[in-house]
Design a protein around this ligand. Structure first.
Ligand code: BTN
Length: 235
């Protein structure tokens, strides 16, 4: 696989999409940046990507055939494989997963994953805050970093290797037990939204399709998409 490095880009997702447009039959390529001026996450939200303190990746996969029945497993598997790398390199930290695409440390989001299906393939993006300390006001209470750096080249190699493994094997459900173990929402009261609709309830489990199972006033609802806004970590 080709890996392209940049000091600053608008968004590595945009570069990966452009690559797919120009190389619809090409090989997979990774775009890695030290900073992004227009990094974004789920629902088009900004993903703060300052220089040197984090790493920002997008992998472009031409002609990727995503099985829609199993598509919900890809992001959770990528999350597990990223945590596998981080846990190995930073053994004193305890990483957690917040359904579906957020990696947490000490109750703060330190990394996010964004999988986008486009006409000519798939773009898998992920960003990690390594040593970022100052965040914009709007996310200052939620965002954090690993607070430790590591050889960027090695980290890049490990991450790309593991993420590619997840992308190529996303339809296998064996990893879900690990995802459940790492989850910081199972057994917790949460509030979440799906589009304009808001819900509050108890997360009972994550099923074999990667859906969140929430007990809302004794009715079990399955969420294949949505966003958890708040997790009650006290109870
Ligand atoms: C999220 O938190 O909702 C997902 C965040 C994904 C951020 C990564 S950083 C590299 C790639 N480029 C982007 O603009 N977004 C993804």
């Amino acid at each position: 696989m080709q890996v392209f490095h940049f000091e600053q880009v608008s968004s590595t997702q945009d570069l990966a999409k452009e690559y797919l447009k120009n190389n619809p039959n090409g090989i997979a390529a990774a775009f890695v940046a030290d900073s992004q001026t227009n990094g974004y996450g789920k629902q088009g939200r900004d993903f703060y990507s300052p220089a040197k303190t984090g790493m920002y990746f997008s992998i472009a996969l031409p002609k990727f055939d995503l099985d829609s029945a199993k598509a919900g497993l890809m992001t959770p598997f990528i999350a597990v494989k990223i945590v596998e790398v981080l846990q190995k390199l930073f053994p004193n930290k305890s990483f957690k997963l917040k359904w579906v695409n957020d990696i947490y440390l000490n109750q703060r989001k330190i990394a996010g994953i964004l999988v986008e299906k486009v006409a000519v393939g798939l773009v898998v993006g992920f960003g990690i805050n390594l040593t970022t300390t100052k965040f914009p006001k709007a996310i200052a209470k939620k965002a954090g970093s690993i607070d430790q750096s590591f050889d960027r080249e090695k980290l890049e190699q490990f991450l790309i290797k593991n993420v590619l493994f997840a992308v190529q094997n996303y339809d296998q459900i064996d990893f879900l037990d690990e995802y459940r173990k790492l989850s910081c929402v199972i057994g917790r009261q949460v509030s979440l939204h799906q589009g304009q609709k808001r819900y509050a309830g108890l997360v009972v489990n994550i099923d074999d399709q990667g859906c969140l199972l929430v007990d809302i006033q004794h009715r079990l609802l399955h969420f294949s998409s949505g966003e958890i806004d708040k997790v009650d970590l006290e109870k």
